[in-house]
Design a protein around this ligand. Structure first.
Ligand SMILES: [Cu+2]
Length: 345
């Protein structure tokens, strides 16, 4: 730097380039520290009210999620990333070396050849081996996604324009889940201010009745729709599943950590596609049993108000079958049920 300044003083014209180089050198440590800060910040800052799997401010990498399938997706992503990094370093180093070492100013002349069988075999065989090496674990993971055997409970997810309906199959518990009233009011009221919207921590990402699930339990989801194609997507679970009328798709999740996991409909399904969020509340097994019992109790007396007063019977099989389940009942009916069965929390 001293030398750069000296030459600048001595000769303004020829010293200019040297001064630029000196400034550049001075900037390198600043850029380096900025990069280090950026890297640190990916783990340092969290959005207020964020769940365990919510994205963080300045997060650069994809999240790990909270299920075995999301871990698989993360592992596959990291494996491919590092393979790409190694290939990138080798290829760009070779290019940079060749450009520098064999430059025209040093008298290099273009090589005179058109074919090199050995080189062609090498640059065909190596990528094929890399692709086979990548496809093997990827296929194993893909097969695991479709393995819903040994699941401990099943939730039927039905997409409607524009809400979700959850049936706990065999439990007699079912309810709809739609955008929370505050978000709905803020989005529709033209007088809503940015401040009001910012004050809502999970604007457009909250629902009236979250899907409550137990942790450490293999939950099978059967996913369908009543009107148009929707897609049930909770990023922390590592998959999105199309909800198609007349077709039942399935997927599964074993949630490792209690917490709130948010998602959205991921298939353009009409004008309110952006306003049918998903909220999963994962709780301990004991807490889930309590919640489920409370939901059953809430649902049980509803269909027979008059004669049931004397007989304290539990839920009968008839009560267990939600009238709106799967027979294309209009969403309005389902919504009435959801109000009766509003979820815990
Ligand atoms: Cu949708």
């Amino acid at each position: 730097m001293g030398r750069a300044l000296a030459s600048h003083d001595a000769n303004r014209h020829s010293g200019f380039d040297v001064m630029q180089a000196g400034r550049f050198k001075q900037w390198i440590p600043r850029w380096a520290s900025a990069l280090v800060l950026l890297a640190l910040s990916t783990s340092a800052f969290a959005v207020p009210g964020a769940g365990p799997a919510d994205p963080r401010e300045w997060q650069l990498n994809m999240g790990r999620g909270v299920t075995p399938l999301s871990q698989h997706a993360y592992d596959a992503h990291m494996m491919v990333l590092w393979v790409c990094v190694v290939i990138g370093v080798i290829v760009f180093s070779a290019m940079a070396y060749a450009m520098f070492k064999f430059r025209k100013s040093k008298g290099a002349v273009a090589a005179q050849f058109s074919h090199n069988t050995t080189a062609e075999i090498i640059w065909t065989v190596i990528p094929v081996l890399i692709l086979i090496g990548l496809s093997w674990p990827a296929t194993t993971k893909l097969i695991a996604m479709y393995d819903t055997r040994d699941s401990e409970m099943t939730v039927k997810v039905t997409g409607y324009q524009w809400m979700w309906k959850y049936d706990y199959l065999g439990e007699g518990v079912a309810f709809t889940s739609r955008l929370d009233r505050d978000s709905d009011r803020l989005r529709q009221d033209k007088a809503s201010t940015q401040e009001e919207i910012r004050a809502h921590t999970h604007y457009l990402l909250d629902v009236d009745n979250p899907l409550v699930l137990p942790v450490d339990t293999k939950v099978r989801f059967v996913v369908t729709a009543d009107d148009v194609i929707h897609s049930w997507w909770v990023p922390a679970f590592g998959w999105k599943q199309d909800a198609i009328p007349g077709i039942v798709n399935e997927n599964w999740a074993t949630i490792r950590e209690p917490g709130i996991y948010r998602g959205q409909c991921a298939e353009l399904c009409g004008k309110d596609h952006g306003f049918m969020p998903i909220v999963v509340k994962a709780v301990s097994k004991a807490e889930f049993r309590q919640w489920l019992a409370a939901e059953k109790a809430k649902n049980a007396p509803a269909p027979a108000p008059a004669p049931a007063a004397a007989a304290p019977v539990g839920p009968t099989p008839d009560d267990a079958a939600p009238p709106a389940a799967g027979d294309g009942a209009p969403p309005a009916t389902a919504q009435v049920r959801s109000d009766a069965a509003s979820a815990a929390g």
